[in-house]
Design a protein around this ligand. Structure first.
Ligand SMILES: [Zn+2]
Length: 386
């Protein structure tokens, strides 16, 4: 049943306060067998076999007949208001819709700015995140964009973290011709500010680092960690699967206790992604350090052999779940190993409580899966959105 919407499409939540899903084959992410899941006012209140129906309040009951249920996805790298713009104003990517996120199974999202921190604003991004919140999803943002000094909402990265509830971290780009070419000093300064702001706000203040295709790769980050007093866990580099060399650096980063993110932006990239994971397996990297994100709304310029731009499109978020299905089918990895990459781990890296697990006290963000693990239904905080 679709939730009631007001004129602006915001969900009118909890017409019925409780939801009881019967006969779910639950991966929480660990396999729990066939259980019933009770959610009250958007939070999971009980998970076990043959739950009695509560009598004190109205309950919406759905028999899932053994369908697989997994936690809603946490996507920590999404250009909510569209990225791009590298081929002029006509190449600006349009904003993503709440429907697109829901179809992709993404119930918690981190919005960010990309290359363009000039015509794209954090105010716009914050409003987009709040709009998604009204639609029933959970949305946060990073302050900053590619460049240093960072663009901010309130005048500084630390103040943004302290004053704006939705700001959980800061974004910056390294080793990319489009970045402001920050060295270890600049990165340390940024991380120190994010760390301090995070502490004062009770947040992790993560520094989300876009790593480009430049030859230095993670080197500026290694040097920042070596030269300063900031723990490696303050940084979370992304796009580290873009080349074999960069992945080798990510292995070293992981061995030193750092976490990192692999991007699953398109169907064509999935075989490469699978090779990256088998490489990480061979290197015995703890998967708890790894997250996977879609780069949804990011641009995808295509060039001909002479380097002329011939096509320009953008990524959606639906490849994130496609990646999980592909790694399960082709890589043979069990769901309980893959689900944390797009749930528990990003929630932990960002410091978001109540996400990435189906357990008592967690938000009732749930995906109902059909044949071939196709997404058939999506609940966000106990309300059915798909
Ligand atoms: Zn991006």
């Amino acid at each position: 049943m679709a939730p009631a919407m007001d004129a602006f499409g915001a969900t009118k939540r909890y017409r019925v306060p409780a939801l009881l899903l019967r006969n779910a084959e639950l991966y929480a992410p660990e396999p729990k067998g066939t259980v019933d899941i009770l959610a009250v006012f958007g939070r999971i209140a009980a998970v076990r076999e043959k739950l009695p129906r509560p009598r004190a309040f109205p309950v919406e009951e759905v028999d899932l007949e053994g369908r697989t249920v997994v936690p809603g996805l946490v996507d920590l790298h999404v250009h909510l208001i569209g990225g791009g713009g590298e081929a002029g104003p006509a190449s600006r990517v349009p904003p993503l819709s709440a429907e697109g996120l829901v179809r992709g199974g993404v119930t918690t999202v981190m919005g960010l700015l990309g290359t363009d921190g000039i015509t794209r604003s954090l105010v716009d991004l914050l409003a987009a995140a709040r709009g998604l919140g009204e639609r029933g999803l959970t949305a946060y943002i990073y302050t900053g964009s590619y460049s240093l000094p960072s663009v901010t909402l309130t005048g500084s990265v630390a103040r943004d973290l302290v004053l704006i509830p939705e700001v959980l971290g800061v974004k910056v780009a390294v080793s990319d011709h489009r970045s402001s070419q920050p060295g270890p000093r600049e990165l340390l300064g940024l991380a120190a500010e994010a760390r301090l702001g995070g502490m004062l706000a009770g947040k992790r203040g993560i520094v989300h680092v876009h790593v480009g295709g430049g030859r230095r790769g993670l080197e500026p980050l290694f040097r920042a960690v070596d030269d300063g007093d900031i723990p490696i866990s303050q940084f979370h580099p992304t796009h580290v699967g873009r080349s074999g060399d960069l992945l080798a650096q990510a292995v070293e980063w992981g061995r030193r206790g750092g976490s990192f993110d692999l991007t699953a932006p398109s169907a064509e990239s999935l075989p490469w992604l699978e090779r990256s994971f088998s490489e990480l397996e061979r290197a015995k990297i703890d998967w708890e350090k790894i997250t996977m994100s879609s780069d949804g709304g990011g641009s995808r310029p295509r060039f001909d052999r002479e380097g002329n731009l011939v096509a320009y499109d953008h990524f959606g978020v639906e490849t994130l779940w496609e990646a999980v299905r592909f790694l399960h089918r082709k890589g043979g990895y069990p769901l309980e190993r893959l689900l944390p990459l797009v749930g528990k781990n990003p929630a932990q890296v960002l410091g978001i409580a109540g996400k990435g697990k189906v357990a008592v006290g967690y938000d009732a963000d749930l995906l109902i899966l059909g044949d071939g693990l196709a997404i058939e239904g999506v609940y966000a905080r106990g309300v059915r959105l798909l």
